[in-house]
Design a protein. Structure first.
Length: 132
């Protein structure tokens, strides 16, 4: 079982949790997902929100194959090429997020990077899950 940890002595998190404690289960390490389609082609080249959706769709496929669900993810790392672009689209990104996670928020980190391996990728998302 996973338990959310948000100490009252820390700022109340919005859109993430400070920590997730997990007891038992199978740990799944999720490789970074970009906006690949089934052929390995980056889709939605200039649309951060659609790339976010596709990256989560890809993570969901991995979780399903592993016997889990998105709410089994305990840690997400999001790498973006432009944090200001991400921040300006947070409302749209939040709507997409809710489609995959509902009101569940794992521990998260968002980092701006100078580049990603795939030149047309605007973001990459990796994570850790515990499937019970």
């Amino acid at each position: 079982m996973n338990s959310i940890i948000n100490p009252a002595s820390l700022v109340a998190p919005i859109g993430y949790s400070h920590a997730i404690a997990s007891t038992g289960g199978k740990t799944i390490y999720l490789a970074g997902q970009v906006s690949f389609d089934a052929t390995g082609k980056i889709i939605h080249k200039d649309d951060l929100v659609k790339q976010f959706d596709q990256a989560l769709r890809n993570l969901k496929a991995v979780m399903r194959e592993a016997g889990g669900k998105m709410t089994d993810i305990v840690k997400l790392n999001i790498f973006v090429k432009d944090k200001n672009d991400y921040a300006s689209k947070m409302k749209e990104i939040g709507k997409i997020y809710i489609l995959y996670f509902g009101k569940y928020f794992p521990a998260m980190t968002l980092v701006e990077v100078s580049s990603l391996f795939e030149d047309d990728a605007l973001l990459e998302i990796e994570g850790i899950a515990v499937v019970h």
